[in-house]
Design a protein around this ligand. Structure first.
Ligand SMILES: NC(=O)c1ccc[n+]([C@@H]2O[C@H](COP(=O)([O-])OP(=O)(O)OC[C@H]3O[C@@H](n4cnc5c(N)ncnc54)[C@H](OP(=O)(O)O)[C@@H]3O)[C@@H](O)[C@H]2O)c1
Length: 264
């Protein structure tokens, strides 16, 4: 899948206007999940933006330019639950097709031999355009490739200076699928990291911009920072344009790892 370097994480966003504002600023990848309980908010923002007044930008508003991604929670993963759950998500989002449907975690009712073919049937039906996985480890990723007969369309995993798995990036490079970095701002904690702050000061920018640029510089990573204010939305979208030197990237790579923010 082709995904832009910066998309919008929406966990905690409860105002459709924030989503519409992000689309107006140029975001083209929206990330939600059933468990965030805001698919209708995201769909509302998308609808507002699509219906925007007939201004100069109207010609640029095309539903098919936006990647709408959502996730099946762990109690949606039995073979007979996948279809109804995906249809409900699409209805809440107000879309005919889900551009990217993830297995949120390989837990609960997840059974690769049952869950993945059930999602793949939704691709045949046209309800789902791409099958993604999230929070997978290497054996889960290998099993996915065996069962689907192809790599996942994307792997969404936690990635920020305090936590990432280089082996997951290597797997994605080897098999040719993008990694979607979630919580790229460490949930708002990147300004506590000295190495990130130092690089930000050298560039006259913010630690958040540096964290996004650092993640986006990793092949094959795209990011989905969550932001609600227009200032944050703008700054994050522009962050991928910041070029870090090899030694700056290495200094942030060397930051001591912490426990992941979103364990089981
Ligand atoms: N697959 C999974 O299991 C999983 C798990 C967690 C998250 N995710 C996805 O990843 C997305 C992002 O992760 P996240 O929500 O945990 O956190 P995040 O993107 O790492 O950080 C978001 C926090 O940073 C603040 N922020 C954003 N831009 C900023 C800027 N330019 N300057 C200063 N502060 C800024 C936000 O504040 P404001 O809101 O005030 O702007 C918010 O408090 C989620 O929304 C979700 O879509 C997926």
């Amino acid at each position: 899948m082709e995904l832009p370097p910066v998309g919008l994480g929406t966990m905690g966003i409860d105002d459709p206007d924030a989503v519409a504002a992000a689309l107006s600023l140029g975001y083209r990848h929206l990330d939600t999940a059933r468990i965030y309980d805001n698919e209708a908010v995201v769909g509302g923002g998308l609808a507002t933006w699509l219906a925007g007044d007939a201004g100069a930008a109207a010609g640029n508003r095309d539903r098919d330019d936006v990647t709408v991604a959502t996730k099946l929670w762990i109690d949606d993963l039995a073979a007979d639950a996948v279809g109804p759950a995906a249809r409900e998500s699409a209805a809440r989002l107000g879309v005919d097709a889900l551009d990217l449907l993830y297995v949120h975690r390989p837990r609960g009712d997840y059974d690769p031999e049952a869950t993945l073919p059930a999602i793949d049937r939704l691709v045949d039906d046209g309800l789902v355009r791409n099958v993604g996985v999230s929070n997978f480890e290497l054996p889960d990723l290998d099993r996915t490739i065996e069962v689907l007969g192809r790599p996942p369309a994307a792997h969404q995993t936690e990635l920020h200076p305090l936590f990432f798995g280089p082996e997951l990036l290597e797997h994605a490079r080897e098999h040719g699928y993008p990694v979607v970095a979630y919580s790229p701002l460490a949930g708002g904690r990147v300004r506590e990291i000295d190495a990130v702050v130092e690089v930000a000061e050298a560039h006259g920018t913010t630690p958040e911009t540096v964290a996004i640029a650092w993640a986006a510089a990793k092949d094959p990573v795209v990011t989905i920072p969550k932001a609600s204010s227009e200032a944050h939305l703008r700054a994050n979208l522009a962050a991928a344009d910041l070029e870090l030197t090899g030694s700056e990237v290495a200094a942030i790579d060397a930051v001591e790892r912490e426990a992941e923010l979103f364990p089981e």
